[in-house]
Design a protein around this ligand. Structure first.
Ligand code: FES
Length: 145
């Protein structure tokens, strides 16, 4: 949180106090869960947006004390989304690893994604169609023997 002159005269001390209260962390310290470190700094060169707060690369300007709760909620939502993206990456990597598609030596492997988004996009219908076509193909192959 910027406590430079422009930010200070526009109420940055109240905002930093509110952040400290919401996160139960003192200025210059890290929260017990290790997620937040609250730092007070001097001018960050965005005085026109005073009072200014930065969270990682995001800059929040023209803040009022009431904005703190919304910003913390946004951070929490971003954290959940990023965790979901990490989970998604892990699922995809494990799926590829288990399928070993790249090292497959023979045959063709058809994969139908049956996770939530796949189902929502119609994967169930695709799978049913696929089974029907394959069953027909197997039937025709057996018939020709
Ligand atoms: S005093 Fe805060 S950005 Fe300049």
């Amino acid at each position: 949180m910027c406590l430079g002159t422009a930010c200070y005269v526009k109420g940055s001390q109240n905002i930093v106090d509110r952040i400290a209260s919401e996160l139960s962390v003192d200025v210059g310290k890290t929260s017990a869960d290790g997620k937040f470190t609250l730092e007070a700094t001097r001018c960050i060169g965005a005085c026109g947006l005073a009072p200014v707060l930065t969270v990682n690369e995001d800059v929040y300007g023209r803040l009022v004390e009431a904005d703190v709760v919304d910003i913390l909620k946004k951070i929490h939502v971003m954290e959940v989304c990023m965790k979901s993206l990490d989970d998604l990456k892990n699922i995809r990597e494990n799926t590829y690893k288990n399928m070993d598609v790249r090292n497959q030596e023979k045959g063709t492997r058809i994969v139908v994604g049956m996770a939530t988004c796949g189902i929502a996009a119609g994967a169930k219908d695709v799978l049913i169609q696929l089974f029907q076509k394959l069953r027909l193909k197997v039937f025709l192959m057996l018939k020709s023997l």
